[in-house]
Design a protein around this ligand. Structure first.
Ligand code: ACM
Ligand code: ZN
Length: 723
């Protein structure tokens, strides 16, 4: 994946002279099947848009739109087709209400054009869910996968099991969970949890949302997670989890008959609430099997049913649930893990870990929805600039989403029909506000919609890029909060020249916008240097660059300090080795002027397991040294990477005799989110030196409150600058 992304960057650099956005082109997203342009325009008035349904349009979601002779006619294959024609019309219309004379024939490539929202990790109010549906409809998305239950939040009223939505349950789970992530809950985070972790939808709310979606031709697919990801539920009702598990363990017990009764009761209420959904989604993903292997009831079930392992036990569970769901007239859908131990006979597979599960299922004649995380997880980052809000996992920029094709080559052509379509997912562990959800959704949803609606022959990144320029303005006009990450400049390439200078090449995801930069640390303005094909630095400096759109900064500022500092390309000797698993690029990693992004898997981080980072830099000649700048990563909640406990700097003119120049303890930081802590160690006065030894002390063993308590602590660093 990483290779693919890098190739993309280089291709973009090569094409940096592409034309600027075109204001006259018909710019409809998703791209229609066929556009026949005419001359002139039609002004939309109160009664010159005529709509009709005509069965001669084969695809019920298809439509024909004709704007000519002073009227606009939209003929749909059904009401849905008419609705999509109206969405297209809205994009054709300019601010004065004119649409160009045009004939458009259009129909979707896929029938499952999905968008998911996790309302469990953080709750989002009914009014926002409606806004979300408006945004989906505008992009011709027809399926809303509503992830209603997970982890600490059960968000759906169930009359028979009221404790599921009682605040006490999630509050206690939250409190239980806090020590697990190695944190003491502060008063502030307790208040925060009261504000954002509480909440659920009443049955009335659900009916209202389902009806609202229906008016927009969106089917709402409810998801009730099982047998895992059910912490709140198993906290509220531990009698349906394994008797050997702690409360809130999150996994139901397939050895307990009453657990099936409970889940069937819930399905009964869900079926009644979602009459139009052909599916019930059961999740089925990421079930740790250890609890079952320690549970006498589970082991008894295995013996009685002749199941050979816990995978088959999961399969037994899923088969039983499918049978029940089918008996209610609904189909079951679940994540690719439902393939483990044998797939239930009628199940539809939602393939998230990659394409493989979907390929396997389609080739076995099962319906499939493709949701591969490396393309369409919208909880992943949109740019590698530190300005991005904390996100989960990898990096899926707009172009990456656009490159997604739900039908990979490995599906036999005769089985391609089993791929119903695709979907993008938004998990909300790191997303607390509606504005942030919108930020993660837009403009990536535009790329997704074109991938799911438009035929592959109609996909064209260059044209899409030009259309996006217009789409941003539409989002702004609607008051939707979109990300400008695609404008944010980044260093696409750098190399050192024989004369010691440094050449940098910048790129942005979207081409055709001016990038201005400075080398003195000041924020670039429109009269700062305009980036052309490269920047050659011959003296130390801080690169600061920003893209301008319509005369205003767009996206985030790129800022890279201490380029070409005194340590750049110094010879580095290590008193203790860096980890072979996290080399950061090897012996030059700390002096190559390459900074890492906040994710721990960024290849620019150099890691030290249990040992100190203890390096000596040879500057090549005696020079006045005024200070040392370096930084460290910490991510307590999900890694073993910790801040160092102490920093020391020694300097020497001859490499034999060292003087202690700085010695500072580092206070611990219990922030569970990603921390990149910069240190600027300024000496009281410049000292002549050729050798600079920098030591960062590793805590060695993780404290017992840490989720991996007792394990090795790691130090991650990326660059040491000497000035
Ligand atoms: C998933 O992301 N665990 C389906
Ligand atoms: Zn059990």
């Amino acid at each position: 994946m990483r290779k693919l992304i890098l190739t993309g960057f280089i291709a973009m650099v090569a094409a940096a002279c592409s034309p600027a956005p075109d204001a006259t082109e018909i710019a409809v997203i998703p791209q229609p099947s066929r556009i026949i342009e005419g001359q002139g325009a039609v002004q939309i008035g109160p009664d010159n848009v005529k709509t009709a349904v005509d069965s001669s349009i084969a695809n019920p979601e298809g439509y024909r739109l004709m704007a000519r002779n002073g009227i606009v006619e939209i003929v749909g294959g059904s009401d849905a087709g008419v609705f999509y024609g109206l969405q297209t019309l809205e994009q054709l219309k300019d601010s004065a209400g004119y649409v160009p004379v045009v004939t458009i024939e259009d129909a979707p490539r896929f029938r499952w054009r999905g968008m998911h929202l996790d309302v469990s990790r953080h709750f989002f109010p009914k009014e926002f869910v409606k806004k979300y549906l408006d945004i989906l409809a505008y992009h011709k998305i027809n399926t809303f996968h509503w992830h209603l239950t997970d982890g600490i939040g059960w968000r759906l009223q169930i009359d028979k099991y009221p404790l599921l939505t009682e605040k006490a349950a999630w509050r206690k789970v939250k409190d239980e969970k806090a020590p697990w992530i190695g944190l003491e809950l502060s008063d502030e985070s307790r208040k925060d949890s009261a504000d954002t972790y509480g909440g659920y939808y009443t049955k009335e709310d659900v009916r209202e949302i389902v009806a609202y979606a229906k008016e927009r031709h969106i089917t709402v697919i409810p998801e009730i997670e099982m047998p895992g990801h059910s912490e709140a539920a198993t906290f509220a009702y531990p009698e349906y989890a394994c008797p050997t598990a702690r409360p809130g363990s999150g996994i139901y017990c397939p050895g307990r008959e009453e657990a099936f009764g409970y889940l069937e009761d819930i399905i009964d209420e869900v079926v009644e609430l979602f009459p139009d959904s052909p599916y019930i989604h059961i999740g089925g993903d990421e079930v740790g099997k250890e609890q079952w292997s320690k549970c006498p009831l589970c082991q008894k079930r295995k013996r009685e049913e002749g199941l050979k392992d816990e995978h088959e036990l999961q399969s037994y569970f899923v088969h039983r649930m499918e049978e029940y769901i089918n008996s209610k007239g609904k189909a079951m859908i679940g994540y690719d893990e439902i393939l483990e131990g044998g797939l239930a006979p009628n199940a539809t597979v939602m393939s998230w870990t990659g394409f493989e599960g979907g390929i396997k299922a389609a080739n076995a004649g099962h319906d499939v929805v493709m949701v591969p995380l490396d393309y369409v997880y919208f909880d992943h980052y949109q740019s590698q600039n530190p300005c991005e809000p904390q996100a989960w996992g990898g990096y899926n920029n707009v172009k990456r989403v656009y490159s997604f094709d739900p039908v990979p080559a490995d599906i036999a052509p005769e089985n391609a029909r089993y791929v119903l379509g695709g979907q993008a997912n938004i998990w909300t562990e790191n997303i607390r506000t509606p504005e942030h959800v919108e930020y993660m959704l837009l403009p990536r949803l535009a790329a997704l919609s074109e991938t799911l609606w438009s035929d592959t022959t109609q996909k064209d990144w260059r044209r899409f890029e030009r259309k996006l320029e217009r789409q941003y303005d539409r989002y702004a006009a609607k008051g939707w909060n979109y990300a400008e990450s695609a404008f944010t400049p980044y260093i696409a390439e750098q190399h050192f020249n024989p004369d010691g200078s440094l050449t940098l090449r910048l790129a942005t995801e979207l081409d055709g916008y001016p990038v201005h930069y400075t080398l003195d640390g000041s924020v670039p303005a429109r009269d700062s240097d305009l980036y052309a094909d490269s920047i050659v630095m011959t003296a130390p400096g801080t690169l600061t660059a920003v893209t301008f759109r319509n005369g205003k900064p767009a996206g985030c500022v790129l800022s890279v300090p201490n380029l070409l500092n005194k340590a750049t390309r110094a010879k580095v000797s290590y008193a203790a080795p860096y980890s072979p698993a996290y080399t950061g690029g090897g012996d030059t990693a700390l002096v190559d002027n390459r900074y890492a992004f906040k994710r721990g898997d960024d290849k620019a981080w150099q890691g030290f397991e249990r040992t100190d980072m203890d390096v000596t830099l040879d500057l090549g000649s005696v020079q006045p040294v005024e200070g040392v700048a370096l930084r460290f990563l910490q991510h307590i909640a999900s890694t073993s990477v910790m801040l160092p406990t102490r920093l020391t700097v020694w300097i020497s003119a001859d490499g034999g005799d060292y003087t202690l120049a700085a010695d500072m303890p580092v206070a611990p930081d219990n922030d569970s989110e990603v921390v990149i802590r910069p240190f600027d160690i300024r000496l009281p006065a410049p000292v002549p030196a050729r050798y600079v030894r920098v030591r960062a002390e590793n805590m060695g063993t993780l404290p017992k409150e840490h989720p991996r308590g007792g394990g090795s602590a790691w130090i991650f660093t990326d660059e040491i600058a000497v000035y």
